[in-house]
Ligand binder design. Structure first.
Ligand SMILES: *Cc1c(COP(=O)(O)O)cnc(C)c1O
Length: 448
């Protein structure tokens, strides 16, 4: 273990990992030698050291690392959905990172209530009476159904029995919560009468689910929230809505008119609305439950809330994110909204500048073009919205797009690209301007 590579591994990753990598490297070289003794021209030690170097680099690639998202998918679930604002990052690192006022009141010096500020901010922004925040929207939906409808029937339209992102299926969440599903209407049309006829002795609540990631178009019908809310009220039932994405301000001018605005749902009389914090809200992973004080307090008092609550880092990020809305600066401050609102022309100009910067390093050894294309909202939101964008297309003689994309992923600063028609495509919509220099370096290194 006196070789410098092993010393470096030990310093960076600990003795246990250095020993394991050394053992594995020796074993792999030994196995190689025993099957084809003539295969390697070099000394076994050299082979062992290069095997160890590879294993070390792989180990360094693992875990949570920053990447440059050049896919143009704004809310990219695999890349952590919404990037945080500068203020949210600072709040997490500088306010909540060490000791903080999580459950402490500076005024009285006594215990305070966790989440109070974040909850009152979301109430102000949505017009809701009360709010409680849990781990994510799936947890919010589960908790609400468990507390309000366990052992009872939940009435839901057949058009809203959706699956969102593989492991969140409305019927499964319902079953796990102990509620029974009472489907009404058809896939494309559900009338107020359908809901009305299904109400009985054992009805727990009426549930609406925003069909985030798919659309039924054409001959469709569904009652408005206000009509449903009137029906629910007449029958003494809560109306609950899983809105999916937490839209806090009108995004219609970006084509996102179909996404429910939380304040509208509250105004229309929905008793509880649930939504995510890291989709169109542009904040951190969280599940908001907002609405009537009675119902929210019932949820907060339930023992399961303790298991699903969020930590101090999340509260810090949520407060900073909501503060941007409160000041009306959300489009300028929150990366998700800023990226959504970027125009094709802005992205085109940045793309042309970036291509020139790369070409000044690499000459013409890469073939690069700026072409028209479409970005993607992602995160299971607005599947039919494709913001027009400009893409940088990259090809290189004797290299497949797969190879180039892999090289970009495994570079010093990982860059995630799209591949189409054997070209690598980069969409600067989702690249921060301050990342462009790193991106230029990453692309330039493809020539090597
Ligand atoms: C995304 C989504 C969820 C799940 O939200 P998470 O925050 O990822 O748990 C639930 N319901 C709807 C309608 C959604 O769009």
């Amino acid at each position: 273990m006196t070789e410098p590579i092993f010393q470096e591994i030990e310093t960076k990753l600990g003795r246990g990992t250095a020993v394991r990598i050394a053992r594995d490297s020796v074993a792999s070289v030994r196995a190689e030698l025993s099957t084809s003794p003539a295969a390697s021209e070099s000394e076994p030690l050299t082979d062992i050291l290069s095997a160890a170097g590879r294993a070390y680099r792989q180990e360094l690639q693992r875990g949570t690392r920053r990447v440059i998202n050049a896919t143009g998918v704004v809310i990219h679930t695999n890349l952590g959905r919404s990037p945080l604002s500068k203020a949210a990052i600072d709040a997490v690192a500088l306010e909540a990172g060490r000791y903080c006022t999580l459950e402490f009141d500076l005024e009285t010096g006594k215990r305070g209530r966790r989440g109070e500020r974040a909850e009152s901010m979301i109430c102000d922004l949505t017009g809701a009476e009360s709010a409680v925040i849990v781990n994510n929207c799936a947890a919010a939906a589960f908790l609400v159904l468990r507390v309000l409808a366990s052992g009872k029937e939940v009435i839901i339209s057949r058009g809203e029995l959706v699956e969102i992102g593989g492991d969140f299926r409305v019927p499964d969440v319902l079953a796990e919560s102990g509620a029974t599903l009472r489907e009404v209407g058809t896939t494309n049309r559900t009338k107020l009468k359908d809901y009305e006829r299904a109400i009985g002795e054992n009805t727990g609540l009426i549930l609406r689910v925003h069909p985030s990631n798919f659309r039924v178009v054409g001959f469709t019908e569904t009652p408005s929230n206000s009509d449903l809310s009137k029906l629910a009220r007449e029958n003494g039932l809560p109306l609950v809505e899983d809105a999916g994405s937490g839209v806090l301000s009108d995004l219609a001018k970006f084509g996102l008119a179909d996404e429910p605005i939380i304040a509208d749902s509250i105004m229309d009389g929905v008793d509880l609305v649930m939504f995510s914090g890291d989709k169109l809200m542009g904040g951190v992973q969280a599940g908001f439950i907002v609405g009537s004080r009675n119902l929210v307090e019932k949820i907060r008092r339930h023992p399961l809330y303790r298991a699903l609550r969020v930590d101090k880092l999340a509260y810090a990020a949520i407060e900073a994110t909501l503060n941007a809305y409160r000041r009306g600066d959300h489009f300028a401050e929150l990366p998700t909204l800023r990226m959504l609102s970027a125009t094709r022309d802005e992205i085109g100009q940045r793309s042309i500048r970036l291509v020139k910067a790369v070409e000044s390093n690499t000459g013409d050894s890469l073939k690069m073009d700026v072409i028209d294309g479409e970005s993607v909202i992602g995160g299971g939101s607005a599947p039919d919205v494709h913001p027009p964008t400009c893409l940088i297309s990259i090809t290189k003689a004797n290299a497949s797009a797969e190879d180039l994309a892999k090289q970009l992923r495994l570079g010093e600063m990982p860059v995630i690209a799209r591949i189409e028609d054997d070209r690598v495509l980069l969409d600067l919509r989702t690249v921060f301007p301050e990342e462009e220099e790193e991106l230029v370096r990453a692309i330039s290194s493809l020539c090597r």
